[in-house]
Ligand binder design. Structure first.
Ligand code: GUN
Length: 295
């Protein structure tokens, strides 16, 4: 069998960002607002700092306004909730993202559920989670949305396909499972307590790896011709004492077996921010009486 097609998430995301930038210009030309996205970071988690910096940079590049709030690690839950409340009431802010993880003194659910659901561009608020599960119109979490876009681009119709989602986080695993169910896939969720995991994987036409375990999915676990979406971003040490990014899938082993696969880096990763910008644009439209689908 031929080698897998490598799904170019980097190029897909760049196209999507360019499209969003055009829509932002069109919104302004129609008398609409400059979409505003607030990104809140508490503490100095180095990975989070890179993500939030990139989010702010790409927000500006898409023609939107970025409001970045960097708070000290010892910020109280009360103070963070007060900031969220201010942002909820700020007419220039159409989207609010509080970067996770938060320091231990703060309950992430309390903060997420304090965000106005209309401004919840992460789609983590219980109202938006409920919309996703029940089939309503809500904000869809960015990484799962990015995965779905890449899957549809690679496969077209997903109806009837057998999908295995590895990982059950609120950020990735659970929302992806419900998105795939909405696309009429037959969805199985696997997690750290799943028995016969390799066997479950081998039955999947679509394999979503979101475990956070570097190179956990081996070549022999993959059904020949399957589409593999690797959500993992793990930094590992190499033999020469340097470090590199790898996914949750042993990419070199998967390549001769899979039909298509996302690389790490350059696969799902770049899609997350592009989808965040898309959600922020849609939020700004809806809050100001424009139909985001009309652009
Ligand atoms: N931390 C890791 N991924 C995400 C995400 O998509 N949104 C937020 N808010 N925090 C994250």
């Amino acid at each position: 069998m031929a080698e897998a097609v490598i799904i170019d998430g980097k190029a897909f995301a760049a196209n999507l960002r360019a499209e969003i930038a055009q829509k932002v210009s069109a919104l302004k030309a129609r008398g609409g607002p400059v979409p505003g996205l607030a990104v809140v970071q508490v503490g100095e988690n180095p990975a989070s700092q890179i993500y939030t910096r990139n989010k702010a940079k790409q927000t500006v590049e898409a023609g939107m306004q970025s409001f970045k709030h960097d708070l000290p690690a010892e910020t109280s839950q009360e103070d963070l909730l007060a900031l969220v409340d201010r942002l909820n009431h700020d007419a220039n802010v159409h989207g609010i993202l509080v970067q996770l993880p938060l320091p231990p003194q703060i309950d992430p659910n309390a903060v997420i559920d304090a965000i106005d659901p209309a401004k919840d561009v992460d789609g983590f608020n219980v109202v938006n989670v409920g919309c996703l599960v029940t089939g309503g119109e809500g904000m869809i979490p960015c990484t799962p949305l990015g995965c779905l876009m890449l899957l549809k681009d690679a496969l077209g119709d997903l109806k009837g396909k057998r999908a295995l989602v590895m990982g059950r986080s609120n950020i990735v695993g659970k929302p992806i499972a419900f998105l795939l169910l909405r696309e009429h896939c037959t969805v199985t969720m696997a997690h750290s307590k799943t028995e016969n995991l390799a066997e479950e994987c081998r039955r999947a036409d679509i394999l979503i790896a979101a475990t956070g375990q570097p190179r956990m999915v081996r070549g022999g676990w993959i059904k020949p011709g399957a589409t593999v979406i690797d959500v993992g971003i793990n930094r590992i040490e190499t033999e020469d004492g340097k470090s590199k990014l790898v996914g949750d899938v042993a990419f070199d082993e998967a390549l001769p077996v899979a039909g298509a696969i996302t690389p790490v880096p350059g696969g799902v990763g770049p899609m997350t921010i592009a989808c965040l910008l898309q959600n922020a644009f849609a939020a700004a439209c809806r809050q100001t009486g424009f139909d985001p689908e009309s652009f």
